[in-house]
Structures are given as C-alpha cells and as structure tokens.
Design a protein around this ligand. Structure first.
Ligand code: HQG
Length: 183
C-alpha cells in the first residue's frame, strides 16, 4: 500500500520532471507540456522511483492543488502550471478579480517593494484568490507575508492575466505600485 507520505514525495518528483527537468529521466514534453504516460511510468521506475498507473491516478486525483491533468483518453499527462521549461499551455487572457493575493517570505519584501513581483524561473508570477493559499505558499520560504495585488486596476491598465486549469492566477509581473502589504 502506498502511503500518503510516499504519494506526496512522488507528487513532488512528478512536479520536478513535468515542470522543470524532464531530461533528468529521459522523457520529453511536447509544445504544450504533455508527455506520454507509459513513458513516464517506465522512466520514473527506471530512475528508481517505481510508479504504476493506479498510483499515478491516485496522485492526480488527490493532488490538493490539481497540479496534473490527463488528456481525454489518459494516454498523456502534463503539469497544469508552474513550469520553468518552455511550454505553451494555451492560456487565454481573462479578467481577474479586483484583488488577488501573493504570499512571500519576509526576507524577500524589501526587494519586492522596490522591483515588484518577478516571475523568477517560472513562466509567470503566481497569485491566488484566497488569503489562506497565499499564506501557505509564502510559508514555504520563511516567515510568511501576505501581499494584496490590485489585479483589477492592473488589468484596466493593460496587464494581462491568465487562470490555470487548477485555479492559479498568472501574470507576467506586478509593479510595486499595485502591491499592498497586509499586516
Ligand atoms: C519571490 C507552488 C525577491 C516570490 C505555489 C516567491 C505557487 C521575489 C519567490 C507556485 C521577487 C519565487 C509558485 C523580487 C518575487 N524580489 N523575491 N522582486 N519577486 N519574489 O516558488 O509564487 O505547490 O518560484 O514572492 O502554490 O512562491 O509547486 O514562486 O517567494 O502556485 O504546485 O520569489 O508554487 O505551487 O518562488 O510559488 P516560486 P511562488 P506547487
């Protein structure tokens, strides 16, 4: 029986290979980020992370943030967002809510208040609709700080926003004038 802890570990490993380093296990992603499920199972197993189809299905179904998606006939799989490798997820610009939230670590704040939020190695800056999610994201890197982003005002001024299949809001950058620190 695969434990929850080993499912989480495998899920993190899948995030690594489906978002950042497919070459690590000798798989390739197509232009939209999809890879062949059978190849993924075989190559994970060959790399010392045994993975079968039913376990993969459990990971996809149980992912708290719906990080992964199968295509219609479940022969291919991709990460829904978070890539550093070049992929075109086919995201369509949409109007965001008035406010979105970003959790970061206290130590990043001085830099963010000067240069705004940058996408870093990822394709986009990641924003969420809820305080709770944003705070949990920030906590990964240290004492969390919650930032409120005036997404509606940004959009009105021509900044584009996208929403991934798993509900993460994405944009290219957030200038400091749209950021308020919530204390
Ligand atoms: C920070 C997780 C200094 C930014 C989450 C963040 C998310 C700056 C870090 C997804 C900065 C980048 C992404 C600046 C931004 N100066 N620091 N100018 N601009 N930063 O992990 O948004 O669990 O690449 O605040 O749920 O934290 O992986 O981005 O702290 O959706 O599915 O630079 O990762 O999803 O860190 O997290 P990350 P993120 P998963």
């Amino acid at each position: 029986m695969t434990t929850d802890r080993s499912l989480t570990s495998l899920s993190k490993y899948l995030s690594l290979v489906l978002r950042h380093e497919p070459e690590r296990i000798g798989i390739t992603l197509d232009d939209a980020g999809w890879t062949d499920v059978d190849a993924l199972l075989a190559q994970c197993t060959a790399a010392g992370r045994p993975l079968d189809r039913s376990t993969l299905q459990r990971i996809v179904d149980s992912s708290d943030k719906q990080r992964f998606a199968f295509n219609a006939n479940a022969t291919r799989i991709r990460a829904n967002q978070g890539h550093s490798v070049t992929v075109d997820l086919g995201l369509v610009p949409v109007e965001p809510p008035a406010m979105l939230y970003h959790g970061t670590a206290e130590h990043a704040l001085p830099s963010i208040l000067v240069s705004g939020l940058n996408r870093g190695v990822r394709h986009h800056v990641h924003l969420s609709e809820s305080f709770g999610t944003a705070t949990a994201v920030g906590r990964r890197n240290g004492a969390p700080v919650l930032l409120q982003v005036a997404a509606g005002r940004m959009h009105a001024q021509g900044h584009q926003f996208y929403r991934s299949d798993n509900g993460v809001w994405l944009c290219d950058a957030v200038p400091p004038s749209f950021i308020e620190v919530l204390r």
